[in-house]
Design a protein around this ligand. Sequence first.
Ligand SMILES: Nc1ncnc2c1ncn2[C@@H]1O[C@H](COP(=O)(O)OP(=O)(O)OP(=O)(O)O)[C@@H](O)[C@H]1O
Ligand SMILES: [Mg+2]
Length: 310
Amino acid sequence: MKIATITVNPAIDQTVSVDNFQTGTVNRSRAMRFDAGGKGVNVASFLADYGLDVVVTGFLGEENADVFERHFARKGIEDRFVRVPGETRVNIKIMDEENQITTDLNTPGQIPGEYAVSRFYEQVEAMSEACECFVISGNLQAGLPSTFYADLIRLLKSKKRMVVLDTSGDALAEAVKAGPNIIKPNIHELSLLVGKPLAEIADAYSSAISLINEETTIVVISMGSGGALFVEKDNAFIARPPAVAVKSTVGAGDAMVAGLVAGLSKKLSLKDCARLATAFSLSAVTRLGRDLPKSSVIDEFQKQVEITPL
Ligand SMILES: Nc1ncnc2c1ncn2[C@@H]1O[C@H](COP(=O)(O)OP(=O)(O)OP(=O)(O)O)[C@@H](O)[C@H]1O
Ligand SMILES: [Mg+2]
């Protein structure tokens, strides 16, 4: 099964290591690196590391696309990103390892023009010939209509493609009306979507069930170290990770989405998908960077996942 991921607002992650970082003064950095980022790019990277056939699209600024091009070449990911004039945004992460403090400086990203959007649609249509599953991840940049994902999902559903959605806010609220097959909000995103606090698992469960219908058949609610609630029509359970030493929770959600899709591509049961998804997310939180460890590590994590039926 060929899998596509869509990232409309990717970013280059610039990580600067500065011990004892202080504002309003000159800081000396120890090291710096640039990584191709954006949620759909992360999902694609995990899937490619797992050995799956992956294609990526979205919008990339042509002036600094080389960071992405090298990354996709290294991972064997097929690049179908539409190039737009200018640069892709750079998000700066200042890591003070001495004090274990990270400071993020995120930028908004540019709005693709009408021509780029129509090229993107052409690309998606062309990809839908070969790709059975589309993963749509991340927030929409301000300037794109909140119905952007909803429209995209309607197109993909008309082509009988499976859609996995991981977004939040208005884009999520609009998109659920278009019938994505699977959604993976975290508990806060779900709470915002249903407009009520979700203090108890029972509240999260009833909210998830309210989103299940003919089109949307699986809802996964991630809850950080508490694991994730997997819900389908007649089946619901929590997948809990073991206690681990956390290095960075960046990309935990993306890894979970990738693991879920990897499981589905292998036609695993939802329980086994949940084990694999949680193992992927554990790989992300116990390591820096966004490479998947070797399969023996994933296998070991899978065994440690505790599944509790509701
Ligand atoms: N501190 C942790 N310890 C163990 N596992 C964790 C921890 N944080 C996250 N995970 C794992 O990662 C999964 C997804 O995490 P989380 O709910 O934080 O996703 P998210 O909020 O969507 O993250 P993202 O910021 O990547 O979008 C969890 O269900 C869990 O399996
Ligand atoms: Mg998330």
